[in-house]
Design a protein around this ligand. Structure first.
Ligand SMILES: Nc1nc2c(ncn2[C@@H]2O[C@H](COP(=O)(O)OP(=O)(O)OP(=O)(O)O)[C@@H](O)[C@H]2O)c(=O)[nH]1
Ligand SMILES: [Mg+2]
Length: 435
């Protein structure tokens, strides 16, 4: 696909020693080379050149220039990269000079990636992997993103798509010649076996405890308990800073608030909530509603129970919650189930318990994990189509063929091989500028 505009972006990463990188993609690159550089660089070699304003013909800076002629570039178009000194005056002069060149403009978020996709350089899952890699905060997020950006998911989904297409081709060959040349029964049986086995593989891929999405979005731990149970104190102890207000007044916390931690390489979000109780205070009541909602969306709910408040209350822990006793300053309860934010007792064990939960999720990353709801929805739709085809295997070849076509279209939507025009704006808006 040819694009009129040549796009320019300043790299937004944290570059060392005052370096700024300006990336350019589009037809104007060759003009930029002749207008702004003292000589044409060799393709794909880092060259130290003087970069000048095209009108004034005076150097803006000297820097490293790398020239990637089409099609061997990230976007598939002509690309040029300038590494210059990162001072604001250098950068703004360079961007202004480039902006004065016809059809040269600043890139929008994700525009480089979108061009790479439109030119067939990378599929959507690889680009999403790259976007995740830029955003990765923890080691496991980085690992998952590297695997996905390397094409692990594309390979899986494209191999399934090929299998579906092959089976459909056999079934459609029977339709084309109708009565004269029906697909023989044994061939139909073999097709059915193939679809059944592929459906089982896809079911296995879906049955993953959402581990890929948890890695990407973070594991959600919600602290729940009665007022004054010590939830905010625990949040502060885990964050090692004063995030939440702590007082001895029951009902201090109203809004939910969270901190993001790195536990064993996983991103973990700990959310503090309003204490659970019936109240006439409308603000606190809203807080309790929000606490319940947070708990519903959690991957792990911790019910914090003040160990000094046992007789009066009895546990109100919701189903599935892990009860932890709080304010065990002297460690009198087994430290796997009690903590003290004051003395620090049990805090390490608490973190280990969360880490253990994460490890239990397991999941080998080798073949790539579903990392987005978008993928999951399409895979589920694909599986439904395959089940529909299996239900019609005895006599309805048209329906089988149509269902298999729809199944492979659903997979194609994940990689972007099938009409995704309506999704692209949403997908690429998540990306950063210069990617
Ligand atoms: N001795 C002792 N006191 C604690 C501990 N944790 C919290 N407290 C005290 O318990 C009181 C309530 O603590 P918070 O952390 O505000 O309790 P909360 O569950 O967030 O309370 P709400 O926000 O009202 O729901 C404060 O006076 C804290 O100092 C602890 O480990 N040991
Ligand atoms: Mg609180």
């Amino acid at each position: 696909m040819t694009q009129v505009d040549t796009i320019v972006a300043l790299s937004s990463g944290n570059l060392p020693s005052g370096v700024a990188v300006v990336r350019i993609s589009g037809d104007r690159c060759t003009d930029i080379i002749s207008l702004m550089l003292d000589r044409a660089p060799e393709p794909r070699r880092a060259e130290y050149l003087s970069i000048s304003d095209p009108a004034e013909k005076v150097p803006i800076d000297k820097g490293i220039v790398v020239w990637f002629p089409s099609p061997n570039s990230f976007t598939g178009e002509d690309c040029l990269e300038f590494q210059v000194h990162g001072g604001p005056a250098v950068v703004s002069k360079l961007l202004r000079s480039l902006g004065n060149i016809t059809e040269c403009r600043l890139a929008e978020a994700g525009e480089f990636s979108r061009r790479a996709f439109e030119n067939g350089r990378l599929d959507l899952t690889e680009l999403e992997g790259l976007s995740d890699l830029v955003a990765a905060q923890t080691e496991i997020q980085r690992k998952q993103a590297v695997i996905q950006s390397g094409g692990a998911l594309r390979e899986v989904y494209e191999s399934w798509r090929t299998e579906l297409t092959n089976v459909r081709a056999i079934i459609e060959s029977g339709l084309d010649f109708s009565d004269q040349d029906d697909v023989p029964n044994d061939v139909m049986d073999a097709c059915k076996v193939k679809i059944t086995s592929l459906a089982a593989t896809i079911r296995g891929h879906l049955d993953d405890s959402r581990v890929g999405e948890i890695i990407r979005d973070g594991f959600n731990v919600v602290l729940l308990g009665k007022p004054n149970a010590g939830k905010s104190s625990l949040l502060n102890a885990l964050a090692k800073r004063d995030v939440a207000i702590v007082t001895d007044i029951a009902g201090t916390t109203r809004d939910t608030l969270h901190v993001d931690l790195d536990i064993g390489g996983y991103a973990v979000r700990i959310t503090d909530t309003a204490g659970m109780r019936d109240t006439n205070d409308p603000i606190e009541r809203e807080g309790v509603v929000r606490a319940r909602k947070a708990a519903q969306e959690a991957d792990l709910v911790i019910w914090l129970q003040d160990m000094n408040d046992l007789d009066k209350s009895g546990s109100k822990a919701p189903d599935g919650a892990v009860t932890i006793f709080s304010k065990d300053d002297n460690g009198v309860i087994d430290n796997r189930s009690s903590i003290s934010s004051k003395s620090g007792h049990g805090i390490r064990s608490f973190i280990e318990m969360v880490e253990c939960r994460l490890k239990e999720l397991g999941g080998s990353m080798d073949g790539g994990l579903i990392s987005r709801e978008r993928h999951r929805i399409s895979i589920e739709a694909c599986l439904m189509d395959m089940n529909r085809s299996l239900c019609n295997f005895e006599d309805r070849e048209e329906i089988i063929a149509e269902s298999l076509r729809s199944a492979s279209d659903n997979l194609g939507r994940i990689t972007g091989r099938v009409d995704v025009e309506d999704l692209l704006d949403v997908i690429f808006s998540e990306f950063c500028i210069g990617k």
